[in-house]
Structures are given as structure tokens and as C-alpha cells.
Design a protein around this ligand. Structure first.
Ligand SMILES: Cc1cc2nc3c(=O)[nH]c(=O)nc-3n(C[C@H](O)[C@H](O)[C@H](O)COP(=O)(O)O)c2cc1C
Length: 204
């Protein structure tokens, strides 16, 4: 019996990472209550399998990056931010697109986390990015900018599949639940790919 239990835990290849939990940290770069991007993260959480645990980090209390603040010692919210990114297996970033870029809230979080001590929090970190917008292009420009910014910090941004959801107002219902079947299918594929992506780096 004990042997069978052990087999179930380690898997047929003796790989004990196979069924281990992925601890993910998630950020949404929109602070408003009726945010489509907040709704998108809720859809991710609802559809996540048990092997994926998602801790949502609220970006509202994070101050704007200021080297004077930093020189006095990182504020508590920044210390928590860095430590949570360091200890996570995967980071989800859900960002709206503002003026063909990511939101200032998203960029501010990345800037704080890129600061010392070294190695900085993004170094080697698996990241999966997504976003939604009422316009048809679904945050394509914001995600391009985000990839460049994270890549410059040596984060490992999942290359495919991309989750760009245009036409947000017709994808979510009145209750802000993701209702579009094709979008749900893409979201589920995105989640399973993100888990596989994180496993490639787990323990490294
Ligand atoms: C300052 C500002 C700039 C924007 N620029 C873009 C843009 O470049 N491309 C785009 O698709 N939508 C743009 N939008 C529309 C946002 O995508 C839309 O407001 C979206 O719903 C914001 O995300 P949220 O619903 O998660 O808050 C912009 C909105 C604001 C407030």
C-alpha cells in the first residue's frame, strides 16, 4: 500500500516534480473595480487546476518608484513584492493597454522588482502575460512592450500561446464573467501551457 502511494506521488518516471504544486503570483495592471483585466484574472483563477495556486498581489498600495524612497530602505510593500516574486514558481501579469504600452501601474511594479539586491527578482523567473481590451487588437502593443521590458531583466516570458483578448465588452457578461466559448478555450490552453512552462524551470 505504502509502495503504491509512493508510486502515485513520484510518477512513473520517478520525477517528483510532476504533480507538485505550482505557486504562482499574479498582478493586474488596472486598479478600477469594473476592470476587464481584473475579470480576466478571476477567470484564470476559476479555471485553474488544483496543481496551480495563485496568490494575487494588489498593486494599489505600491508607491511610485522614487530613488529617494529606496535610499531610505525599501518600503514594506516593496520588500513583500520582491520576496513574493523570488519565492514564486510562476508570475502572471495581466495588463491593460494604455497608449500602446503597458499601464503605469504595471511598469512601476516591474521597476521596483528589478532593483537590488542581486540577483534581482526577475532573473530567470518564468512569466506568463495576458491582457484584454475593448479594442480589436487585445493589448498586442502593451504585450510587446512588456516582453521587451521583462526580457531585459532576464525574465523567461512564455513565448506561446499568447493570450490577447480583443473586444472585451462582448467577451464578458454583465456579471464580468468570461462568457465567450472560444475565449474560454484559449484561456484554458494558456493556463495549461503556463503550468508546463513553469515546470521547465522548477527547481532550477
Ligand atoms: C489613458 C488610456 C489610454 C488607452 N490607450 C489604449 C490603447 O493604446 N490601446 C487600446 O486597445 N486601448 C486603450 N485604452 C482603452 C483601455 O484598453 C480600456 O479602457 C480598458 O478597458 C482598460 O482596462 P481595464 O478594463 O482592465 O481597466 C486606453 C485607456 C486609457 C484610460
Amino acid at each position: 500500500m505504502f509502495y503504491l502511494l509512493q508510486m502515485a506521488q513520484v510518477g512513473s518516471h520517478g520525477d517528483d516534480m510532476t504533480n507538485s504544486t505550482i505557486q504562482a503570483l499574479a498582478f493586474v495592471g488596472s486598479l478600477r473595480v469594473a476592470s476587464y483585466n481584473q475579470a480576466l484574472l478571476r477567470a484564470v483563477i476559476e479555471r485553474s487546476p488544483r496543481e496551480l495556486e495563485i496568490d494575487v498581489f494588489n498593486l494599489a498600495p505600491l508607491p511610485f518608484y522614487n530613488a529617494d524612497l529606496e535610499a531610505d530602505g525599501d518600503p514594506d510593500s516593496v520588500l513583500t513584492l520582491k520576496s513574493k516574486i523570488h519565492s514564486s514558481d510562476l508570475v502572471f501579469i495581466v495588463t491593460p493597454e494604455y497608449n500602446q504600452g503597458m499601464s503605469a501601474v504595471t511598469k512601476n511594479m516591474i521597476d521596483w522588482a528589478s532593483r537590488p539586491p542581486r540577483p534581482q527578482a526577475w532573473d530567470g523567473k518564468p512569466v506568463a502575460i495576458m491582457g484584454t481590451t475593448p479594442s480589436p487588437l487585445g493589448t498586442a502593443a502593451a504585450q510587446r512592450a512588456l516582453r521587451e521590458c521583462l526580457g531585459s531583466n532576464n525574465a523567461r516570458v512564455m513565448p506561446q500561446p499568447r493570450l490577447l483578448l480583443g473586444g472585451a465588452s462582448s467577451l464578458f457578461g454583465q456579471d464580468f464573467k468570461l462568457a465567450d466559448e472560444a475565449a474560454i478555450e484559449r484561456l484554458e490552453k494558456f493556463i495549461s501551457s503556463a503550468i508546463e512552462w513553469a515546470r521547465l524551470f522548477q527547481g532550477s
